[in-house]
Design a protein around this ligand. Structure first.
Ligand code: AMP
Length: 192
């Protein structure tokens, strides 16, 4: 199995690239953001809880997120996939540790963290633009967008060091056309 963490701040292009890469490498795309949005749309208990965090631009607590992610991986493993693209997870050190231990239990591991690098002001511009059509409440408000980016620096950015320590970190320039960026990511993934 080839498991990849597609990493980067909000608006870096993780979802867009994951949609392309999952086809190329026949991987299962797992987005915790999508899982929360599905639950919010269907007004489940998990969705109601998640909304109180996402609407402020804050991360949902680790225990909730980890359980949701593990349930989904377990369900998807029954299909004997080639591997996973993790998009938007892990986002804290606790999540990274849980993921490492959980995958080890399943006899697999993360092959690489591939990070899309994009300047903050470019991110804000992209997210405001996306907000015009995404229907996402957290894309519609600049204060919430900036809080999501701040949350990334508070809790998530340090994960680079976590994967660097395992020699699994690869940074890629996340500015350019979708195609150019896909090429840069594929160049890394092909070496794994
Ligand atoms: P995203 O679509 O990845 O930008 O996620 C949207 C929102 O869902 C985030 O701002 C968080 O509130 C929540 N979320 C998504 N993934 C995670 C995660 N791994 N840990 C905690 N909260 C998350």
């Amino acid at each position: 199995m080839k498991n990849i963490v597609l990493f980067g701040p909000p608006g870096a292009g993780k979802g867009t690239q994951a949609d392309v890469l999952k086809e190329t490498y026949q991987l299962i795309h797992l987005s915790t953001g999508d899982m929360f949005r599905y639950n919010m749309k269907n007004n489940t208990e998990l969705g109601k809880l998640a909304k109180t965090y996402t609407e402020k631009g804050h991360l949902v607590p680790d225990t909730v997120t980890n359980e949701m992610l593990k349930d989904e991986v377990t369900r998807q493993l029954e299909k004997s996939p080639n591997g996973f693209i993790f998009d938007g997870y892990p986002r804290t050190k606790d999540q990274a540790e849980v993921l490492t231990a959980f995958l080890a239990e399943k006899g697999t591991e993360i092959a690489a963290m591939v990070a899309l690098e994009v300047d903050d002001e470019v991110l804000v511009g992209r997210l405001l633009e996306r907000g015009k059509s995404s229907g996402r409440a957290d894309d519609a408000n600049e204060t919430v967008i900036r809080e999501r980016i701040a949350e990334y620096y508070r809790k998530t950015d340090i994960l680079k060091e976590y994967y660097q320590a395992e020699n699994k970190y690869y940074g890629v320039d996340g500015v350019g056309s979708v195609k150019e960026i896909t090429h840069r990511l594929s160049d890394v993934i092909d070496t794994l």
